[in-house]
Design a protein around this ligand. Structure first.
Ligand code: LGS
Length: 450
């Protein structure tokens, strides 16, 4: 029972996990025959990441994975979401398979299963093989075939041991960061490229699901980052800005995947850069999904402005609480989103596949303790928000905290710590923060102690 007197027990079989991604934790990007990815290249381009931080070492998980699985077991996790680095498996992106790459993930999956931890495997968490970027990357329509080929190699090697597969992580971020605003690899800035990259990502998603139905027999889904948009005022301009921002971020990928069409406002946002798409593409994109994963961090209070090309921006809340990355803590938004999803798309099973916060953590205290009460507060409030949605009838089946370990936050380098476990980047020592111990107790009580 929690301090509020309410019992927050979660449904039987609810998965309690933590999430990571290959480029952010593994290190050794070129080991054992792997090819470079766009992130290896991007991070080694001067000026692209804070302090020039790269993923060359990261959390050295590629060599310390056994210890990391032991840590997960110690915390009592029942699930672990990780991603596979495509260019470890196919160094040129297509064609020749690198057995050593498959062996690495196969060993990891076996160790998870031996410890009673269910693996959730993400095929694409942003690290496209550099060889495929040289062929146009996501701007090339062939990318759908490349991705299905890569998926099939993994399905044949791991399906059965892995029973939950994710095609793409956050196609919105891949496109907005990688092709529209250029802050993420491959660093393009083009209103004309962005819709094409998005569309090909979704074609690739569809092709990988299709391939899974041939080569796999369990569950596959898509992970999107979505955030509710609330109007900054009651003006008609702000209402229109909210509608644009909502279509752009929340519906641009879910609509084609689940309804087989784009939201109507897309041409309004992209103007003459929005192409006419062949109808057959939507038949490929819209494949029956076994689940959808939602990554939730914050909300946006939105107003009309002259930002390009959306003409909508976020307004800082004077009374809000903000994390170290400048994102407002707003747990109610997660309940709202889960209810919105059910209303809009129906009863597809959902997982919260990422949720968490970067806060300034004090140094490791004597006895190896790290007090991070703000992170505990963040996680508790969001878990309660999920519980509220479940009580209201939304089928949420699991929760993955972002992240298991402090890690490489893309262009922001090692400056932001999201882990429930602290990583000392000099020694690679792992130290569970108070939040990790707290989460372990929540898991042991099935949520009752929230
Ligand atoms: O590390 C990433 C986490 C951290 O925060 C992870 O690899 C991604 O999948 C995911 O995008 N992550 C993340 N997203 C938060 C996005 C919030 C954007 C709010 C922008 C407000 C100005």
């Amino acid at each position: 029972m929690s301090q509020t007197g309410k019992d927050f027990r979660f449904p039987q079989g609810f998965l309690w996990g933590a999430a990571t991604a290959a480029h952010q934790i593994e290190g050794s990007p070129l080991a054992d025959g792997a090819g470079p990815s766009i992130w290896t290249r991007f991070a080694h381009t001067p000026g692209m990441t804070l302090n020039g931080d790269t993923g060359d070492v990261a959390c050295d998980h590629y060599r310390r994975w056994r210890q990391d699985v032991a840590l997960m077991r110690e915390l009592g996790l029942t699930a672990y979401r990780f991603s596979v680095s495509w260019s470890r498996i196919l160094p040129e992106g297509t064609g020749r398979v690198n057995q050593a790459g498959l062996d690495f993930y196969s060993g990891l999956v076996d160790a998870l299963l031996e410890n009673g931890i269910e693996p959730l495997l993400t095929l694409y968490h942003w690290d496209l093989p550099a060889a495929l970027d040289d062929r146009g990357g996501w701007l090339n329509r062939d990318s759908a075939d490349w991705f299905a080929e890569y998926g099939s190699v993994l399905y044949r090697a791991l399906d059965g041991r892995v029973k939950k597969w994710v095609t793409l992580n956050e196609p919105w971020v891949v496109t907005d960061g990688g092709y529209l605003h250029g802050a993420l690899a491959p660093g393009h800035r083009s209103r004309y490229e962005a819709p094409i990259a998005s569309h090909n990502l979704m074609r690739a998603h569809g092709a990988a699901v299709q391939a899974y139905r041939a080569d796999g027999a369990h569950q596959i889904g898509l992970v999107v980052n979505i955030e509710p948009k609330y109007p900054a005022s009651d003006s008609a301009e702000d209402a229109a800005a909210v509608a644009r921002a909502h279509a752009y971020m929340n519906e641009q990928y879910l609509h084609p995947a689940l309804l087989g069409r784009y939201p109507e406002r897309m041409p309004e946002i992209f103007g003459d850069a929005w192409p006419e798409w062949p109808q057959a593409d939507f038949e490929l994109i819209r494949q029956p999904l076994d689940f959808v994963g939602i990554n939730y961090y914050t909300r946006s209070v939105t107003r009309a402005d002259d930002s390009y090309p959306l003409k909508a921006g976020a307004v800082r809340q004077p009374l809000g609480t903000y994390t170290e990355t400048g994102w407002e803590v707003f747990p109610q938004g997660l309940t709202d989103l889960l209810l919105w999803f059910k209303d809009t798309y129906g009863d597809t099973p959902l997982y919260v596949t990422e949720n968490g916060a970067a806060f300034f953590d004090p140094p490791v205290a004597e006895g190896g303790r790290i007090r991070d009460p703000l992170r505990i507060d963040y996680l508790r409030k969001h878990l309660r928000a999920i519980h509220e949605a479940i009580e209201a009838g939304v089928d949420v089946r699991g929760y993955m905290a972002w992240s298991l370990l402090d890690n490489l936050e893309w262009s922001l380098g090692y400056s932001k710590r999201f882990g429930i476990v602290h990583v000392n980047y000099e020694t690679q020592q792992r130290t569970p923060k108070d939040s990790a111990r707290w989460y372990g107790r929540v898991i042991a009580s099935h949520g009752s102690s929230l």
